[in-house]
Design a binder for this molecule. Structure first.
Ligand code: NAG
Ligand code: NAG
Length: 354
């Protein structure tokens, strides 16, 4: 009897682990077929070689790009080089990125920029929020952009106990934002364990100097976050949930879940076309390849566009797919007029004319 019981327990445990493994594998790789899908007018951007993790663009065509992310468990092509913020003017015929100088007093040596977000103040001051991981910690840096000499003036470093492990950020004002946050684990291996166990412990936090509060929770791994052009809706990418969560944003800054749109791919960043409200997503066709980087089996890239996301039948279009032979590990896609920029976690960046 004892033996039978033990066998039964082993069987049940085995089945449970098997089920979790299948779910885990699904979360990392989705299930679709990926055929390369190229666009006719795409070029690698010269001068971006070690990542273009996140991109945000001003209405005047100035694109800000965070480069050089070092994150536990993810590949870096320049592990000893500090990170940087690059600027590119998309109104030029042949735009070239330049590094933005950062004001003195900021610890540049440990600069490890991740998600970024721009905000234009009432007096036209341009604020840049940067999620930073100095020494693998997590802070949010607030800068003021000075266009005259392409520099960033560091205004302050934001840390808070509700922001222990920030991933991405969307600015709401000159001193407030929503951030996605993994509030338990910073080690990637533990993040995978969390995903493996099917835990949904990551959240969205609202920050202002007066108030910091959790406004949404229950994601497998909340990653990219962005806001609709009218400021009424907030979109959160659940990377390992293979979905986009849509929230209604209230005046008191709380968020009410509206719906979840499954996208069947490992979705990283969300950008929003300010003219159309379309969502552009940088996605990973196979996150396993991104994590266990193998030069013989490169991680690919995928860009999706979502139109009419609030309607009953949003239109999801696969715009670009590459098997890694051009760009590896796309983390963000951003449009400006007829241009599409595709950024990557650690690799290069592509500019396409649509
Ligand atoms: C883009 O993706 C990275 C995570 O891989 C995230 O940290 C970054 O903040 C995202 N940016 C946007 C605009 O969603
Ligand atoms: C915020 O506003 C919404 C909508 O009016 C309301 O349902 C919610 O209870 C409010 N939350 C707080 C914390 O006041």
């Amino acid at each position: 009897m004892g033996k039978l019981l033990a066998l039964a327990i082993v069987g049940v445990l085995g089945a449970l682990i098997g089920e979790r493994l299948v779910a885990f594998r699904y979360r990392l790789c989705a299930s679709r077929e990926y055929k390369p899908k190229r666009l006719p007018n795409c070029h690698l951007i010269k001068g971006i070689e070690t990542g273009s993790e996140d991109i945000d663009i001003l209405p005047n065509g100035l694109a800000f790009i965070s480069s050089g992310l070092k994150y536990p468990g993810l590949k870096s092509l320049a592990p000893d080089r500090r990170g940087e913020i690059l600027l590119m003017d998309l109104k030029e015929d042949n735009p070239r990125p330049v590094e933005l100088r950062i004001s003195r007093g900021f610890d540049l040596a440990s600069f490890n920029p991740h998600g970024i977000s721009l905000y234009i103040g009432d007096d036209d001051t341009v604020y840049l929020y940067v999620v930073n991981h100095p020494h693998q910690k997590s802070t949010v840096e607030l800068f003021k952009f000075v266009e005259d000499d392409n520099s960033l003036v560091h205004l302050k470093t934001i840390k808070h106990e509700l922001l222990p492990s920030v991933n991405d950020i969307v600015a709401l004002g000159p001193d407030s934002f929503y951030a996605t946050n993994d509030h338990y684990f910073t080690e990637l291996i533990l993040v995978y364990l969390e995903t493996f166990l099917g835990l949904t412990w990551t959240n969205v936090v609202y920050y202002s100097p007066k108030e910091v509060k959790e406004v949404a929770s229950g994601f497998y791994s909340a990653n990219g976050i962005n806001i609709s052009p009218d400021g009424k809706y907030v979109y959160v990418a659940d990377v390992f949930g293979l979905s986009i969560h849509i929230f209604e944003k209230h005046e008191n800054l709380s968020l009410t879940p509206l719906k979840v749109l499954p996208v069947d791919t490992v979705v990283d960043n969300i950008s929003v076309d300010p003219n159309t409200g379309d969502l552009w997503l940088g996605c990973h066709p196979d996150a396993m390849k991104l994590i266990s980087f193998d030069p013989e089996n490169l991680p690919g890239s995928e860009v999706l566009r979502i139109q009419d996301i609030l309607s009953e039948k949003p239109i999801v279009t696969q715009v670009y797919v590459d098997d890694g032979s051009i760009i590896q590990g796309s983390s963000v896609a951003n449009v400006y007029d007829n241009q599409l920029l595709i950024g990557t976690v650690f690799h290069r960046a592509v500019r396409c004319e649509l």
